[in-house]
Design a protein around this ligand. Sequence first.
Ligand code: GDP
Ligand code: CA
Length: 330
Amino acid sequence: MKIVLLAGGVGGARFTRGLRDLGRAEGLDLDLTVVVNTGDDLWLDALRVCPDLDTVMYTLGGVIGDQGWGRAGESTRVTAELHAYGLGWDWFTLGDLDLGTHVARTELLRSGLPLSAVTARLCERWQPGATLLPMSDDEVETWVEVEADGEVTTIHFEEWWVRHRAALPARRFLQRGVGGSRPAPGVLEAIGAADLVVLPPSNPVVSVGTILGVPGIRDAVRAARAPVVGVSPIIGGAPVRGMADACLTAIGVETSARAVAEHYGARSAGGVLDGWLVDDADADAVAPVRAAGVEARALPLLMADEATTAAIARAALDLGRELAASRTRH
Ligand code: GDP
Ligand code: CA
């Protein structure tokens, strides 16, 4: 079964790992392609840093740090050296092992390889058990328009997210370069060939929203022959981890499982969803989401451990199968 996931960092990575492990445990023949957001990417200390690609690669490779980014058990001596020279950002620490990845990526990019080829090369080492594709080989960066002390400025997404903890009210997000960007090789083909497309519990605005903003990707999802099933990243009116609520507020969407489903929209009504999983705490969203044309189910959505994550992955597979079957019947 060919499955395409449109993923950001932590939420997308943990869900994908759960799906991959479920497939292995149950002997399911799952062929996973993860289209990863690159809107968080940045040049820092002469290096190309791709936070979401690395979180997905390290998580699937079994070497992710406890915090959900960087490598397990790494030190920060190199960053300390850079800071001693007055370089880098003192609010953005890159661990030493992680820096090895950024040096390798930058070297490969400078040798002329596109990001998709570089990613494939890095993944040869980590054997993620899934094909990782950047959403685009072109540089697309999310910037945030904020108002501070009565002045409007734009800052890189990572500065807003990490330095300001998303506490500076965002006026809007600017996806610089997105208009002229093209999907990376293989992205549209994978979506077209998929048996199931999944929107994992990733940030709907600056992860999934950014991927869908690359010209051609939203249309490919809308035209996919496969059902599209999403997993709510919002549980009981709050993002489980991180500050996704600040992103939703900035685009005028309420922080609720129902509002995110309505924001994505039913495929039958011009949107991208056929199915939507919400947490038991949001069971009252099932009826209105169904009324909006999206088949919905409620179950525990907290990816607390392997078993709960596997149950969510199974629910996404089951809902996808049901939707595919009902489509053939009609
Ligand atoms: P980021 O790039 O690291 O911010 O990661 P993503 O874009 O993949 O997703 C982050 C979002 O995943 C968070 O804002 C949460 O809303 C959601 N999330 C994280 N952990 C869980 C979980 O255990 N269950 C669910 N349903 N959502 C989660
Ligand atoms: Ca991210």
